[in-house]
Write a new protein. Structure first.
Lengths: 163, 311
C-alpha cells in the first residue's frame, strides 16, 4: 500500500495525516459503495461499474465534489482489469457524471445531481421504447398501447396478469 | 498501443499432427489477454513457440517485436518474459525460501518489496519443502517467482486450474495488481471462462491451430446476441438471411437465434458490428411471433459457438 500511495493521490499531499485520511477514504468508499461486478451476467463489466457509480450518486452515497477511488486500488479491490475501471471512468466523464482531473483523480461532477434528471428521463425513454417494441411484437396496436398505458397510470388494471 | 506478441500464419507440424495451422495472434501491451481453446487446440504449442522452445514449421512469431529464435533476441525475450507453466515445475527438494533465494540470484531487477508482500498475501511459509505443498500453494510459489522478477510480460498456462475459489481469486488479484503496477502485460490460457471474463480485456479463441475469434472482450460481446421468439403454434423452420453467423434452435413454440459476426470474416472485431442483431430482429419480426426478447450472451456462449464443429 505504501508504495502506490504517492502515485495515486494528489501532488501537494505530503503530510502523513492527510495521506492516511485519503487512503482510508479509498478503502471505505471502495468497500461501502462499489460491489464486485458479476462477470458472467453478459453485461460488460465497465457498464456494471458505471451503473454502480450512478446509483451511488443517485442515492447520495456519493456527493458532488467527492472523490472516487483511483483506478489501481479499485481494480485490485474488485479483482477486475484496471483498463476496465479506466474505461468506466472515461465513459462516466463523457456523460458528465464525473470529472477526471489530471494527476488528482476522479471526482463526482458538481452538475451530476442536476444532470441526473435528464439522464433518468433518457434511461426511462429507453425502457418505454423497449416496452413498446415488445408490445408491438405481440401484435398490440399503437392505439391499444396508448389505452393500456393510460389505464395503468389511472390505476386501473385491465383484467389479465401484470408482469 | 503496440503489440507485445504478434504471430502471422504460424504453422507447427509434429510428425503427422498439425498443431498450428496458420495462427494469427496480436496481444496489445498493457492488456490482460485470455487465450482460450479446447484441449489440443494448440495453446501450449503456441506458448512454446513464443518462448523459443519449439521452432515453427513456417510463419512468423514476434515477442517485443523480436524473433524468439534469434540467439541474441531470444535471450532478451527470456529475460523480459516470466512463464508459469501448467505443471508449476519447481525444484521439489528445495524449501520455499531456498527456491526464492535461488531464483532471485538470476534476476538483477528482483523486487524484494513484492517478495515480502506476496509471501504475506499468499501465506507462504519459507521453511516448507516444495515437495509437500498442495497444488494451490505450488501455484502461489510459482506465481511469486514470476511476479518478483519484474518481467514485462507474464505468460501463464492455466494458472488457476485445480485451485479452490478463494485461492483462484487471490491469483487473479495478483495478476490485476501486476498489470496495474507497471506497464506489463499478462497473457494466460484458461478453461475458466468466468475468470477470463472477470479480468481479461482482450481474448482469443483458437480451434484446430487457428484463431477463430479475437479482439477486445467488450466489442466481442456487443457482436453476439441471443434472440428468443415465442410463437402461437409450433415455431416455424426458418433461415436467417441477414448478414452474420446465426445458429437457430427450435423447441416447441420457442425459437432461439444466437447471432454473431459473419463466419470466415475477419477474426479481428471492429466496433461497428453491434447493430446487426437489430437487422436480424427486424427480419424475424416478419414471422409474426407473439414475443421477441434480445438478451446478452456470455463468453461461454461465444466460446461454445466458436469451437463447435459444424452440425
Amino acid at each position: 500500500m505504501r508504495r502506490q500511495a504517492p502515485e495515486s493521490t494528489h501532488a501537494g499531499f505530503n503530510t502523513t495525516g492527510t495521506l492516511t485520511a485519503v487512503l482510508l477514504y479509498y478503502i471505505s468508499s471502495t468497500v461501502v459503495i462499489l460491489l464486485k461486478p458479476n462477470p458472467s451476467s453478459g453485461v460488460p463489466i465497465y457498464l456494471q461499474l458505471m451503473e454502480q457509480v450512478k446509483h451511488a450518486i443517485e442515492t447520495g452515497a456519493l456527493k458532488p465534489g467527492e472523490q472516487l477511488p483511483s483506478i489501481r486500488p479499485l481494480a485490485e479491490e474488485l479483482v477486475i482489469n484496471p483498463n476496465t475501471v479506466a474505461k468506466a471512468y472515461r465513459e462516466l466523464e463523457h456523460e458528465g457524471v464525473i470529472e477526471l482531473r489530471q494527476g488528482a483523480g476522479a471526482f463526482v461532477s458538481a452538475g451530476a445531481a442536476t444532470k441526473k434528471d435528464a439522464e433518468r428521463l433518457q434511461a426511462a425513454q429507453g425502457l418505454v421504447a423497449q416496452g413498446i417494441e415488445r408490445l408491438r411484437a405481440r401484435g398490440i396496436t399503437d392505439e391499444e398501447i396508448r389505452r393500456l398505458v393510460e389505464a395503468e397510470l389511472a390505476g386501473i388494471r385491465m383484467g389479465g396478469r401484470r408482469e | 498501443m503496440s503489440d507485445v506478441i504478434e504471430t502471422a500464419g504460424l504453422w507447427k507440424v509434429y510428425e503427422d499432427v498439425e498443431a498450428l495451422q496458420g495462427l494469427d495472434l496480436r496481444v496489445p501491451q498493457g492488456s490482460i489477454f485470455g487465450f482460450l481453446g479446447r484441449n489440443g487446440a494448440g495453446k501450449t504449442t503456441t506458448i512454446k513457440v513464443l518462448l523459443g522452445m519449439a521452432r515453427p514449421t513456417r510463419g512468423e512469431a514476434r515477442v517485443f517485436g523480436q524473433s524468439p529464435f534469434d540467439a541474441q533476441s531470444g535471450v532478451d525475450i527470456r529475460r523480459r518474459v516470466a512463464f508459469v507453466s501448467d505443471e508449476k515445475d519447481l525444484y521439489d527438494y528445495m524449501t520455499v525460501g531456498e527456491i526464492i533465494a535461488f531464483t532471485r540470484s538470476f534476476y538483477p531487477r528482483w523486487r524484494n518489496d513484492l517478495e515480502q508482500q506476496y509471501l504475506r498475501k499468499f501465506e507462504l511459509a519459507p521453511g516448507r519443502v516444495i515437495r509437500g505443498l498442495s497444488r494451490g500453494t505450488r501455484t502461489k510459489v510459482a506465481l511469486l517467482l514470476a511476479l518478483c522478477r519484474g518481467a514485462e510480460l507474464l505468460m501463464l498456462d492455466e494458472p488457476t486450474s485445480g485451485l479452490d475459489p478463494a485461492m483462484a481469486e487471490d491469483v487473479l488479484q495478483s495478476l490485476v495488481a501486476h498489470v496495474g503496477r507497471e506497464a506489463s502485460t499478462v497473457f494466460f490460457s484458461s478453461h475458466q471462462l468466468s475468470e477470463v471474463e472477470q479480468i481479461a480485456d482482450h481474448v482469443a479463441i483458437i480451434e484446430s491451430g487457428q484463431t477463430v475469434v479475437s479482439g477486445p472482450l467488450d466489442e466481442l460481446r456487443a457482436q453476439y446476441q441471443r434472440i428468443e421468439l415465442v410463437f402461437e403454434g409450433d415455431a416455424p423452420d426458418i433461415r436467417v438471411h441477414a448478414p452474420g453467423k446465426h445458429r437457430v434452435r427450435r423447441k416447441g413454440r420457442v425459437l432461439t437465434v444466437l447471432t454473431g459476426p459473419p463466419k470466415g470474416g475477419p477474426s479481428q472485431v471492429n466496433a461497428a458490428g453491434s447493430s446487426h442483431a437489430t437487422a436480424v430482429v427486424e427480419e424475424l419480426r416478419g414471422y409474426r411471433p407473439t414475443s421477441i426478447d434480445v438478451t446478452p450472451v456470455t463468453l461461454k456462449d461465444i466460446f461454445l459457438e466458436s469451437v463447435k464443429t459444424e452440425e
